[in-house]
Design a protein around this ligand. Structure first.
Ligand SMILES: [Zn+2]
Ligand SMILES: [Zn+2]
Length: 94
């Protein structure tokens, strides 16, 4: 399998082309890596997606909306991942 180009946005890893954590086009799945980074056990959950952003002059991604490299609203991954994990667990119980 070809190596997928990835990008790090506020500590989470996404495919570079689409800023997706799970990308069918790239054949990329960064959930395990991101879960592990945030100290969570990887589970089968929906992937997160980074809102529009671009690298600043230091090459660090910042969101388009707020111009922040650690934006709580756009790049608040831990909160988003935790919510998706809760959803996945609930769905699994049914
Ligand atoms: Zn992709
Ligand atoms: Zn933002």
């Amino acid at each position: 399998m070809a190596e997928v180009a990835t990008v790090e946005i506020n500590d989470a890893i996404f495919c570079q082309q689409h800023s997706k954590e799970v990308c069918e086009n790239c054949g990329y799945d960064g959930r395990e890596e991101n879960d592990a980074f945030f100290g969570l056990d990887p589970i089968d959950r929906e992937g997160i997606e980074a809102p529009a952003g671009a690298p600043n002059k230091d090459g660090v991604y910042q969101c388009k909306k707020h111009g922040s490299t650690a934006c709580n609203q756009c790049y608040g991954w831990k909160k988003q991942i935790t919510r998706l994990r809760t959803q996945a667990k609930k769905a699994g119980k049914k």
